[in-house]
Write a protein that binds this ligand. Sequence first.
Ligand SMILES: Nc1ncnc2c1ncn2[C@@H]1O[C@H](COP(=O)(O)OP(=O)(O)OP(=O)(O)O)[C@@H](O)[C@H]1O
Ligand SMILES: [Mg+2]
Length: 367
Amino acid sequence: MFRGCFGCFSQEKPKIRDYPWEIYTLKELLHATNNFHNDNKIGEGGFGSVYWGRTTKGIAVKRLKAMNAKAEMEFAMEVEILGRVRHRNLLGLGGFYAGGDERLIVYDYMPNHSLITHLHGQLASDCLLDWPRRMSIAIGSAEGIAYLHHKVNPHIIHRDIKASNVLLDSEFQAKVADFGFAKLVPDGVTHMTTRVKGTLGYLAPEYAMWGKVSESCDVYSFGILLLEIISAKKPLEKLPGGVKRDIVQWATPYVKKGSFDHIADPRLKGRYDRAQLKTTIAIAMICTDSNPENRPSMLQVVEWLKNGVMRRKREAQILNDAVEEDDDEDEDEDEVEDDDDDDNTDYEGPGMESSEMSMIRNEPRRR
Ligand SMILES: Nc1ncnc2c1ncn2[C@@H]1O[C@H](COP(=O)(O)OP(=O)(O)OP(=O)(O)O)[C@@H](O)[C@H]1O
Ligand SMILES: [Mg+2]
């Protein structure tokens, strides 16, 4: 435990290490980031700025803004949590520095940036996220969160699941970042009442209104993220006249009509598996149920996503093989046979099983 005495860790490098992160000197990190030069700045969040840097490899350094008692707590919590958590879909701690007024957290640099850059930012027009990539990012993020909820002891509630906190490595594998907001959940506690943190548009209603936090708040935020991945719509949009509409309110009428194609990102140009699209939307809708008791666990979400995606992948493969045997007709390999090509796509269209259908509740959302 490092609380209260970070400074002592940063003076000298210990000779024997039984932890997987580095303790940096300020000099090393100043050198790596060109003295935190503005050109090295990747972005800015609630707790400070993130800079790109280079040591023996690419790093991202989060420089915390102010060092008051509250920030000190956040830093202690982030380092303590990050240091303990290792999973292929979580952005683990690379190292840190603490001394004087500086608190610096070091991560591996993620060369493909964050989901937000691809969905709404600088790389949106490059269309690098095809459907299979989006599905694998969705599954990866779900696995990372499920790990926090179910495998880490005590369990961790992230509380700030959002597109800028899903980073993408060189293979476009998802790494969920930023556990600074997380609170450790003591065993046997089902929910805690706390001050609301997190980002508008992703907040579960019971959390936003009453500060009730539980794993299902993350499930809600993940549902919003899932709709965002599918549609590339922002979680919250301002309509003319200033009224705000969230992504679930936007999607619900299309879900009810069975117009799933309207929810898909137009930049995909129809290149997606329709059955997967329906299943994924169904999962997003149940994750964002206004009643936390109706939401699934992240383990359940991972299973549904994997079943939906893997089953369809296998079917697509069989279909492709059959087509190849029959004739040479040129098909995009990501595109599955159009087994369901009418535009009004009912819930009961081929590819959606009754168990998946029951995921979508027909009653209107209570807000
Ligand atoms: N390891 C990293 N590699 C590449 N980009 C990163 C890395 N860590 C953070 N970023 C990017 O730097 C920017 C700032 O991140 P930061 O976490 O400070 O803010 P945020 O995610 O927008 O908000 P919040 O403070 O709520 O997490 C984001 O766009 C984020 O995706
Ligand atoms: Mg972040």
